[in-house]
Design a protein around this ligand. Structure first.
Ligand code: FE2
Length: 278
């Protein structure tokens, strides 16, 4: 087991439009991503990798992916990506040629990084808002997890496999969550399941594993837990997730930090030169 911590930044739901076009006529998603890239570049220690967990584009079109590539060009950290319901497998494969597990079909991939395996799953269903892991993806997941049983594995997919309590999002989460749970339960090396899609941070335990939703750099889905409103969004404080893996007993440990994006006062020292609290 390698003894170095691994820091994985997760950003999600970028919804990049063509230049000079606002999402829903209101949200400057390109400006939001620029601020996110600045925050990632300034973060110390430098993350080992950025995972973009779906909805990279919005419509999607080739022009949107070209715009996205230009916006990501200043990013000083390598990145990998998986599709969400707003993406096109074909356009993503063309825009971001990566080491996908298959030359066609779902854009799954495994990334070895230090002592950790990242397992990126394509849960997109063409033309549909909900997610589903198709049979080849589930078979690939099983084979991938069985291949290195001693290495901790972090799973990433766009669609949460659980209800967040927001009625219109719960209708479009991962449809076959039970099939994912069955695979995960067979492989104790899975330490985290990290998702997106809802544009706001959430945490639960799924199949015995900590499972997160990553907030977005732009707008959030309104936290409407009582079906009070039509599907709505709010512009809330933007953020990304930093999943830090630390080596240790067994599979080590993983902690997820939520990192706000923006200029904030500090950091300031707690203690003066005399060692006393200021
Ligand atoms: Fe989505």
């Amino acid at each position: 087991m390698l003894s170095k911590p691994v820091h994985i930044a997760q950003i999600s739901d970028l919804h990049i439009k063509s230049p000079d076009t606002l999402a829903y006529g209101r949200v400057d998603t390109a400006g939001a991503l620029e601020r996110c890239v600045t925050a990632l570049n300034e973060f110390a220690p430098k993350p080992d990798l950025v995972v973009i967990s779906g909805d990279l584009a919005d419509t999607p079109t080739g022009a949107e992916y070209e715009h996205l590539k230009r916006l990501l060009a200043p990013l000083k950290v390598p990145f990998v990506s998986i599709p969400g319901n707003h993406d096109s497998r074909q356009l993503m494969r063309a825009a971001f040629p990566q080491a996908y597990a298959s030359a066609f079909g779902p854009l799954n991939q495994r990334v070895e990084i230090g002592g950790v395996d990242l397992v990126l799953l394509d849960s997109s269903v063409h033309g549909k808002p909900h997610g589903e892991l198709d049979a080849p993806t589930l078979q690939w997941l099983e084979a991938t997890l069985v291949s290195s049983p001693d290495r901790p594995a972090l799973l990433f997919l766009h669609h949460p496999p659980f209800k967040a309590g927001i009625w219109h999002m719960d209708r479009q989460n991962l449809l076959n969550a039970g099939e994912l749970a069955a695979v995960v339960r067979r492989h104790p090396r899975v330490q985290l399941i990290a998702t997106g899609h809802v544009h706001r941070a959430a945490l639960t335990v799924f199949a015995g594993i900590p499972t997160t939703i990553c907030p977005a750099p732009n707008h959030a889905v309104d936290l409407d837990l009582d079906h009070l409103r039509e599907p709505s969004f709010k512009v809330e404080p933007p953020a990304f997730h930093l999943h830090s893996w630390f080596p240790g007993e067994g599979f080590g440990s993983v902690v997820t930090h939520q990192v706000p994006i923006g200029d904030f006062d500090g950091p300031h020292p707690f203690f003066g030169p005399d060692g006393k609290l200021l």
